[in-house]
Design a protein. Structure first.
Lengths: 593, 285
């Protein structure tokens, strides 16, 4: 079976049903590491044997103690058979048919009533292409399976006790050693021979703890319970008062073990091994009988050891009691060694289908999880985008609103400014005129010098000129371009000679130039002058004119250029009409252009 | 076996999960997608509006929110200053209360002519007292109603301005007032939808006097009450504020070297409520 088809629960119950007790381990396999999460021993009496009335109570207790989990169970060794089949030169494609044919021959049963499994072994002894084949009657396996039907759990592994022992030993001892594994139970003894680390022979015989108890009862003529108690508490083999009859029975049991081993060795002389080359591991419920191991060590050629512990796990005492259950877990997880599974065919098929469905479901869940993740990511992304967009729209609208507000303020300011601008422009002219006039009045002049005229440029050029004196050239009308603008004109008359008069003029010009009011201060050329002053108040040849060009009057310009004003007005009007009903007050007054 | 029920449970849970995801898609994800799509349009619209706003308005082109706020704050300060200037101008150029009342009333020719005669008489009497020569053309030059005058109510303002300026000349001690003329008013309507109109009232006056008298006269006409007080000038009742638009001052004669002839053009201002039916005036200053 495929270990990947195991259910994802990952926890399993490995149950070894003996004649006197049920041993169970709660195990898991996480990334190849086998772990034991719990163990339980439940005693079985006559009334609670599998199939009897008390059996459901045992299962209920098991379920309460360790929970409901898929199962791996053992079937008694005597209900199965395992042996080595050598198929030298066999074609790999026909191995299954050959083994099936051999199994049918060996068992004497039809193909349909047999459950079998096989696995290839490493060549050993005289075998060049050995296979470890395990088979059993389907009815006997199904009967064992049905004992657990009331648990309503999947049974994922069925194995014989001996094969389970071998699997447990391989897990405990990965090195290719030789061992004789003995499971001493109440009703019988199961034996497995391990050669070079692989199970090569299994058998069982009907001598077990119950016979030992019977012998004690016969010797002491007491009840069975008493004999059983004495067997488990008194050292009747190597103690102060040994029981010879029990010793004889143990010797007989030991002799059977030696015979089995020597028979097997004699069948494989090529190995050139003797019994002393084998480590003898004793386990099972009866292996703990007081004095047994000591008696065997003292009286056997074999090197007896107890099953010390289950490898890699917290110590469970006695560890040998759980060896079969542990081996079942190893079989379940297929941790090395040939397959010896006795899972009925329909269970295998169901499990395979189940595995496929589970894979499919796992795939579905994976797709669903990815979809959910993608949706979650998409949702986050969209939330983020929407929030960002809302923030940016908000900011942009704030900027836009502020820009519109700025526009409205500009238009408002332009309108308000236009309402006072003519007054401000006239005031600026007034201040310039008064300041210039004041400077002229206060300017110190030589006693024989005086101003004869002061005028703004417009008045100077629009005033009617006086008629020219006889023989004097007439003043002609000046072209508009030659006229001063934004300026004042002052005419000056002096009796000084030309040189001194010019010095006075230069001084006056230099003084007026320092005033920020004027852009330019200069004398006026003759052709720009006009005859507005009577000759009577002038000194002949002593008549000069000065021009005072003012800096630009900023109040003559509107706040906004006409084009910009029109664009802003049109834009605000359009926005107010179309989109911004909620922007507040109406468009400000538009200045008249 | 329990497997069957587990299988059903697993299949059911997978189906439920699928349904939940489908529901989530339909109820949450799709609406979100639609909302996201819906955000694109207003986003592009605002961007386009911003681009347009920046293109048409050099003042905000390429400016950040902070810079815009600064511009905005500066504009508000300017608006406040403009409002303060407007208030100052209004108080400076406000006509005396009687004239202000008459400006808002329907023009009554009889009332105006009475007032014109009264002020003319007062001016002649005052000139006689101060020995200021006034030519007949001056009293005849006081604003007169004609049928062609589209805004006769302005005559009140013109009369007040001319009367005030001439009385100021008399009180300043000029030798003679030789001419006076009122060119047509100039309409400075601030905006097409402004409720007010600013009317400029030009006044051209020709006087002869000493430089000191003329200085006093200009001071009286052009300074505000505080300025007049500062220069200790005479008080002229009902003299509205005025600006000097043009000036031409000439030495008059050699016989009287101190005399100067001044031709000055003043501008008074009136801020009037604009009638709703008035057409837009496009005159420039």
């Amino acid at each position: 079976m495929n270990r990947f088809s195991l259910p994802p629960t990952r926890r399993f119950l490995a149950v070894d049903v003996g004649s006197r007790c049920l041993k169970a381990l709660l195990v898991s396999n996480l990334f190849g590491k086998l772990r034991i999460h719990g163990h339980r021993v439940i005693g079985l009496d006559e009334s609670s044997q599998p199939g009897s009335a008390g059996w459901p109570r045992v299962l209920k207790e098991l379920q309460e103690e360790l929970g409901s989990h898929p199962l791996a169970i053992s079937v008694p060794q005597q209900a199965t058979d395992s042996q080595v089949l050598d198929l030298p030169g066999a074609d790999a494609r026909t191995i299954r048919e050959q083994i099936q044919s051999d199994v049918v021959k060996l068992s004497g049963l039809t193909e349909s009533t047999i459950i079998y499994d096989y696995g290839q072994l490493e060549p050993f002894g005289q075998y060049t292409n050995p296979y470890w084949v395990t088979h059993a009657r389907e009815s006997e396996v199904l009967a064992g399976v049905q004992h657990f039907q009331s648990l309503a759990e999947d049974i994922l592994e069925v194995s014989s006790t001996a094969n389970a022992l071998v699997a447990a030993y391989r897990e405990a001892q990965p090195n290719p050693t030789n061992a004789l594994l003995i499971d001493l139970g109440s009703s019988g003894t199961e034996v497995a021979v391990v050669c070079q680390g692989q199970g090569v022979f299994v058998t069982s015989f009907a001598v077990g703890g119950r016979l030992f108890s019977e012998q004690i009862r016969a010797e002491r003529c007491g009840p069975v319970m008493e004999a059983e108690f004495a067997k488990n508490t008194e050292n009747l083999l190597t103690g102060e008062v040994p029981m010879p009859a029990l010793r004889q029975l143990v010797d007989r049991w030991h002799g059977e073990l030696v015979r089995i081993l020597e028979d097997w060795l004699s069948e494989h002389p090529v190995l050139n091994l003797s019994a002393s080359h084998f480590e003898v591991i004793l386990c099972g419920g009866e292996s703990e009988m007081p004095g047994l191991i000591e008696y065997l060590r003292a009286n056997s050629v074999l090197a007896f050891h107890r099953w010390a512990e289950l490898p890699g796990f917290p110590p469970i005492q006695p560890a040998g009691q759980f060896a079969v259950a542990f081996g079942l877990a190893c079989e379940l997880f297929r941790r090395g060694g040939p397959s010896a599974s006795l899972v009925p065919e329909e269970l295998r098929i169901a499990r395979k289908e189940h595995g496929t469905v589970q894979l499919l479901q796992a795939g579905t869940w994976l797709v669903l999880a990815i979809t959910a993740l993608v949706l979650a990511f998409g949702t986050w992304q969209k939330y983020y985008f929407i929030r960002e967009a809302e923030t940016q729209i908000g900011q942009a609208q704030a900027v836009l609103q502020l820009a519109r507000q700025t526009d409205r303020l500009k238009l408002q300011l332009a309108a308000d400014y236009e309402a006072i601008r003519p007054v401000l422009a006239r005031q600026a002219q007034t201040i310039a005129a008064i300041e210039t006039l004041g400077m002229l009045v206060n300017h110190p002049l030589p006693t024989n010098s005086w101003f004869v005229l002061f005028a703004d440029a417009d008045s100077y050029y629009t005033e009617r000129v006086l008629p020219p004196p006889t023989n004097a050239p007439a003043f002609t009308n000046l072209a508009a371009a030659a006229r001063l603008t934004n300026a004042f004109v002052a005419e000056f008359s002096t009796a000084l000679d030309a040189a001194n008069a010019r010095m006075v003029l230069s001084g006056m010009i230099d003084r007026f130039k320092t005033n920020a009011l004027f852009r330019k201060v200069d004398i006026l050329s003759t052709d720009q002058r006009r005859r507005l002053v009577k000759d009577a108040v002038l000194v002949p040849e002593g008549h000069y004119a000065l021009s005072f060009t003012l800096n630009e009057n900023n109040f003559l310009k509107p706040f906004l250029p006409v084009e910009e004003f029109r664009q802003l007005t049109a834009q605000l009007e359009r926005e107010r009409t179309n989109t911004s009903r909620d922007l507040g007050p109406a468009t400000p007054r538009a200045p008249n252009r | 076996m329990k497997t069957a029920s587990k299988q059903i449970t697993r299949r059911l849970s997978a189906t439920i999960a699928l349904v939940v995801i489908a529901l989530y898609y339909a109820a949450v994800f799709r609406p979100l997608t639609e909302k996201e799509q819906a955000q694109i349009k207003p986003f592009e619209l605002v961007q386009a509006q911003l681009r347009t706003a920046a293109t048409n308005n050099p003042a905000i082109a390429g400016l950040s929110l902070e810079a815009l706020e600064k511009v905005n704050a500066a504009l508000r300060v300017s608006l406040t200053n403009t409002a303060a200037a407007r208030d100052l101008i209004a108080s400076r150029f406000a006509p005396e209360p009687v004239i202000a009342t008459n400006l808002t009333r329907i023009f009554q020719l009889i009332d105006y002519q009475n007032e014109r005669l009264s002020r003319g008489d007062r001016l002649i009497n005052l000139a006689g007292e101060r020995k200021v020569k006034i030519t007949p053309a001056v009293t005849a030059g006081l604003p007169e109603f004609t049928i062609e005058n589209p805004m006769p109510e302005l005559l009140w303002g013109q009369l007040a301005l001319m009367d005030g300026v001439l009385r100021a000349a008399v009180l300043s001690g000029v030798q003679a007032i030789e001419g006076v003329r009122m060119p047509p008013p100039v309409n400075h309507t601030a905006s097409t939808n402004s409720p007010n109109r600013l009317m400029e009232l030009p006044l051209r006056v020709e006087v002869v006097g000493t430089a000191e008298a003329l200085s006093r006269w200009l001071g009286l006409v052009l300074l505000d009450p505080a300025g007049r007080e500062g220069f200790k000038l005479a008080k002229v009742e009902g003299l509205p504020g005025a600006c000097l638009r043009h000036i031409l001052a000439r030495k008059e004669s050699t016989e009287q070297p101190g005399l100067v002839r001044v031709t000055a053009e003043f501008s008074g201002f009136l801020n009037l409520r604009k009638p709703a039916s008035e057409p837009v005036d496009r005159s420039k200053n």
